[in-house]
Design a protein around this ligand. Structure first.
Ligand SMILES: NC(=O)c1ccc[n+]([C@@H]2O[C@H](COP(=O)([O-])OP(=O)(O)OC[C@H]3O[C@@H](n4cnc5c(N)ncnc54)[C@H](O)[C@@H]3O)[C@@H](O)[C@H]2O)c1
Length: 333
């Protein structure tokens, strides 16, 4: 089975490509390297450029008439950046999509899109647990851009023979356990990245936001190991037609990908200490623009329709992230 992975030079897309290859599939990568690494992409057939570039997409589709599915990971993904520059986010994540899907419909026989979506579009209730029916209220241009893409894909699936599965990820951590790829950013803006940076620099770790309605006031996240995430994509690709055919979403199905376990930022600090043997000095500060209280997943639908559950825990995710951060320095840029 041949699969086009847009954004396949990035953290998650590169891990999905490895998991697909391990499962006997043939990944093809399309990535503009705006944040991704060439070294991640060139392990597979690689097209460098923008998924919004119609002539490049036409070339990819002509070269690979046997594509079974497109895994669409390419996007701009940093929430505070999206608050500061929303137009760039709507342009890159939303405006380019209709042309891309039109090309797939008109220039290939591929009719399956697996979309990288986000749980940050949910409005959690007081329990802070969400399932696929929970209300949506995206609170940043980034989350809104993902919501808009879902809408475009759902409308297109209803009107055409396109089938779409939108996987709403919670908070990916870790790296490919075989260390073929991982987070390519040296200083990521999320909490685990900041903890790794604090450990490297011997600096304090700042918990941003301590007045959220959680058990200890810090934000709640549902950490999911990126390898578990990648395995879920393999399962979705293998069961694609059953998942979409068995649903009632007119060719469009949403599935949450989380561990089902919530972890607060203070609990993350404890897990970090357990995984690394190093305990940071902790400071507190107000939330950053676009920060949300967070939530954790009900992962029951993923278990039911994909036969998938998260297997690797948070401590393992932290250990793999740490191992990867040591490898990253030697990855060519
Ligand atoms: N990392 C997370 O916490 C998280 C959570 C939920 C959902 N997601 C989604 O998962 C997907 C992958 O995220 P990631 O963490 O791997 O980010 P990433 O930045 O590592 O990967 C994104 C990749 O897309 C490429 N890209 C961006 N714009 C492009 C364009 N116009 N044309 C071609 N390539 C382009 C980048 O070069 C990069 O390789 C994104 O769609 C993101 O929204 C990520």
């Amino acid at each position: 089975m041949k699969v086009l992975v847009t954004g396949g030079a990035g953290f998650i897309g590169s891990t999905i490509a490895s998991a697909c290859a391990d499962a006997g599939m043939e990944p093809v990568i399309l990535d503009d390297l705006s944040t991704g690494l060439r070294a991640f992409a060139t392990r597979f057939p690689f097209y460098e450029g923008d998924y919004g570039d119609r002539s490049l997409v036409a070339t990819v589709l002509a070269d690979h008439p046997d594509l079974a599915a497109v895994v669409h990971c390419a996007a701009s993904i940093v929430v505070p950046e999206s608050m500061a520059d929303p137009l760039r986010y709507y342009e890159n994540n939303v405006a380019k999509l209709p042309g891309f899907v039109t090309a797939i419909l008109q220039q290939s026989s591929c009719r399956r899109i697996l979309f990288s979506s986000t749980a940050s579009m949910y409005e959690p209730d007081a329990r802070l647990v969400v399932d696929e029916q929970s209300p949506l209220r995206p609170q940043s241009p980034y989350a809104a851009s993902k919501w808009m893409v879902e809408r475009i894909l759902a409308d297109t699936a209803a009107a055409t023979d396109l089938s779409v599965i939108s996987l709403r990820y919670f908070n990916p951590v870790g790296a490919d356990p075989k260390l073929r790829s991982g987070l390519q950013v040296q200083n990521p803006s999320h909490a685990l990245g900041k903890l790794l940076q604090a450990r490297r620099e011997g600096s304090p770790f700042t918990v941003t936001g301590t007045d959220w309605p959680t058990r200890d006031g810090s934000g709640l996240r549902d950490y999911i190991h990126v390898w578990d995430l990648a395995r879920a994509h393999v399962a979705a690709l293998q069961r694609f037609d059953d998942v979409v055919g068995g649903g009632d979403g007119q060719g469009f199905e949403v599935v949450n990908l989380g561990s089902g376990t919530g972890t607060t930022v203070f609990e993350l600090v404890d897990a970090f200490a357990e995984a690394t043997g190093w305990t940071p000095v902790v400071q507190t500060a107000p939330p950053r623009p676009g920060d949300v209280v967070g939530c954790c997943a009900s992962a029951d639908k993923a278990a039911r329709v994909l036969g998938w559950r998260a297997e690797l825990g948070l401590v393992q995710g932290i250990r793999d992230a740490l191992a990867w951060s040591e490898v990253l320095q030697d990855v060519p840029r």
